[in-house]
Design a protein around this ligand. Structure first.
Ligand code: ATP
Ligand code: MG
Length: 329
């Protein structure tokens, strides 16, 4: 079986963008592949976190992923900071990553502009830690949203470079990016991607938002003055809503345009909101059970970390030998 690795940051509450762009795939790939999944909490501290909120977000994300259908028996599911090989390989890969390569990353430019008071070295080297995450497990495929494409490309370059300097060490990973839902945009500014760390809570829909909140956020979604439900250039807001509606209902754009012919945006936004509420309802119900069961969560992430350490240590040991570190007795 081919190996799949993917991770999500506990940097806020998980959004519909995360779910449609990546997590839905995480779940559906579990039978066909050897999947390994993680909460990338080391990445999260590239932006300053409130400790109590950070801890809460991590446990919430863990329980939510189980509620989405992640089966920790099938797919090891761990918390990155509990597996020491990630930080170790990241340091080594930093020395095989060029300053100029990191400087070109659009996520770095966006986040540096947004957090101008804390443009730390970790924010800059985020992609080499992400490369370490993926390469440690010799992943063949990485399911991510379109926003991570550039980072994945860099991970491939780092792997090829290292393999070229020494000898084949890392599997060069391919992306697994869904056609629809790859890039869900903010409901308040459809030129920006939906992001869980957005300080404007109306910009995103959280998977755990209450039904009335979801309906309200869609009702307030920014559209245009055209007042016609159709997919077209320059209609970013409507295109985004149509994209979301299409993935959760399975309807094509043509069908949606037909169904809403002669109807206004108000009707359409309400329909999108209701479809999303129904789509998320079973996940929210299962989440409520998992989050109460702290002992079960602890057992799952502890076992996940043990499995991840065993697999990733094999790669790290190989790397260290090739680079020329003296091995421990
Ligand atoms: P942050 O703002 O803290 O970076 P985020 O919402 O971008 O949070 P990440 O943890 O960086 O979330 O990414 C988790 C996964 O969700 C990745 O696979 C990423 O590609 C995907 N993803 C993030 N935002 C979107 C989006 N708007 N549309 C589709 N997929 C997304
Ligand atoms: Mg992100």
């Amino acid at each position: 079986k081919k190996v799949i690795f993917s991770a999500i940051q506990p940097s806020g509450t998980i959004t519909l963008g995360n779910y449609l762009g990546a997590l839905k795939n995480w779940i559906s790939l579990q039978d066909e592949y050897n999947c390994i999944y993680a909460l990338a909490d080391l990445h999260t501290i590239t932006v300053r976190q409130d400790p109590a909120k950070f801890r809460h977000n991590t446990l919430e994300a863990y329980a939510l992923l189980l509620a989405c259908g992640l089966d920790p028996e099938k797919s090891p599911f761990f918390i990155q900071s509990q597996v020491c090989t990630h930080a170790q390989l990241a340091w080594i890969l930093n020395c095989y990553t060029q300053f100029g390569e990191l400087q070109r990353m659009t996520q770095f430019k966006d986040k540096a502009a947004k957090h101008a008071d804390n443009v730390n070295a970790g924010l800059f080297t985020y992609p080499s830690l992400m490369a370490a995450d993926i390469l440690l497990y010799q992943a063949d495929l990485v399911p991510v949203g379109a926003d991570q494409k550039q980072h994945l490309e860099l991970a491939r370059n780092i792997a090829e470079r290292f393999n070229g300097i020494y000898s084949p060490t890392f599997t060069v990973p391919d992306g697994y990016i869904p056609k629809k839902g790859a890039r869900i945009m903010s409901l308040q500014d459809p030129s920006k991607k939906m992001s869980k760390s957005d300080e404007n809570v109306n910009g995103y829909v959280a998977v755990l938002d209450k039904p009335e909140v979801i309906l309200r956020k869609f009702k307030r979604a920014v559209t245009d003055s055209d007042a016609c439900v159709r997919y077209a250039e320059g209609k970013d807001g409507i295109n985004n809503l149509m994209g979301i509606y299409s993935v959760v209902t399975g309807l094509s754009y043509e069908q949606i345009e037909k169904d809403f012919e002669g109807k206004g945006y108000g009707d359409f936004k309400a329909a999108v909101g209701e479809a999303v509420v129904e789509h998320l309802r079973p996940i929210q119900e299962r989440y409520a059970d998992y989050i109460k069961n702290k002992d079960y969560l602890e057992k799952c992430y502890t076992e996940g970390a043990q499995k991840a350490l065993a697999i990733s240590s094999r790669t790290l040991n190989k790397v260290m030998k090739k680079v020329g570190f003296v091995s421990k007795a």
